[in-house]
Design a protein around this ligand. Structure first.
Ligand code: AMP
Ligand code: ZN
Ligand code: FE
Ligand code: FE
Length: 278
């Protein structure tokens, strides 16, 4: 009997805060034996056309994806959007604004860090980020380079995590707005790594705002956590997705395919999309 087809639906490239190129990630997916995958860069979809060429060559199915930032009750909310229309004008406009906002945010973070006696420069962070969207891991890497920390997680404990001197939220926008942007672009909105939200009660409000799925399977979810979110999804009538949240060297020891889900989950996303025209 052939092995069941599997997918990794949460991957980051150099177009956000990952350290591997789109082509390399497709290559790693092939080596991991995956049949299907989605790249979900933070507020960026530019890896898709590049990865698509590589995926076609390797016979891997690549679906469109994104991870967008929102905030609710001072908590960070990450929303995945699958099967989105990359050229949708509303989405393109949102991403342009968000990309500029992320640059602004780096200036604000670095300004706060400077006040706290940390001598790094925004220009170095922005150069490191390159053409994609800039994020906190880029700040963390500059802190590491200048000897303020000895590991990347330490940056989020001392300098740029919530309650730290350099913290600035990723996006002031409410989840309802992001869910709408995703749905209007023909996508399926899914709450990323619900464990990091730290407040399950909020999920029901997101469902009222149009949320369609949750990422029950994630590298940060222990087996009992997976079961909890499977049950929550079934109770609320939500679709389930999953993926590794691979970031290359930004998250050490976590390979592409660290979380594999049945590729059939993609059929459920497609079926939902087909019955809910944008
Ligand atoms: P941003 O979108 O700029 O707020 O950055 C969020 C990203 O920072 C996440 O996707 C992770 O890659 C990384 N991150 C967040 N918290 C931590 C942490 N505690 N340790 C290491 N990386 C983290
Ligand atoms: Zn990230
Ligand atoms: Fe995330
Ligand atoms: Fe992610």
């Amino acid at each position: 009997m052939p092995a069941p087809a599997t997918a990794d639906l949460h991957l980051h490239t150099t177009f956000s805060d990952g350290t591997e190129s789109p082509e390399r990630i497709v290559e790693l997916a092939r080596q991991a034996g995956l049949s299907a995958m989605a790249i979900t860069d933070h507020d960026n979809v530019d890896a898709f056309p590049i990865a698509q060429r590589a995926a076609a060559k390797h016979g891997i199915e690549l679906i469109t994806g994104i991870e967008m930032s929102a905030s609710a009750e001072n908590l960070e909310v990450h929303l995945l959007g699958f099967l989105i229309d990359l050229a949708h004008p509303g989405l393109v406009k949102h991403l342009d604004v968000q990309k500029a906002r992320r640059v602004e945010r780096v200036h604000e973070m670095v300004g706060r860090l400077n006040k706290a006696g940390v001598r790094i420069e925004a220009a170095e962070v922005l150069t490191l980020a390159g053409e994609g969207t800039v994020g906190r891991p880029h700040v963390a890497r500059v802190l590491l380079k200048h000897g303020y920390i000895t590991s990347l997680p330490e940056a989020f404990q001392k300098y740029i995590g919530p309650d730290n001197p350099g913290f600035v939220p990723g996006s002031p926008l409410p989840p309802a707005l992001i869910i709408r942007v995703i749905r209007e672009a023909g996508g399926v909105p899914v709450l990323a790594h619900p464990i990091y939200l730290k407040r399950d009660a909020l999920i029901e409000t997101f469902v009222r705002d149009g949320l369609v799925g949750i990422e029950a399977y994630h590298s940060g979810h222990a087996p009992d956590v997976v079961r909890r979110y499977e049950q929550l999804a079934d109770r609320l009538g939500l679709l389930k997705t999953g993926g590794s949240d691979f970031h290359g060297d930004s998250k050490e020891g976590l390979p592409v395919g660290a979380v594999k889900v049945p590729a059939a989950l993609i059929d459920a996303l497609r079926a939902w999309k087909a019955s809910h025209p944008a």
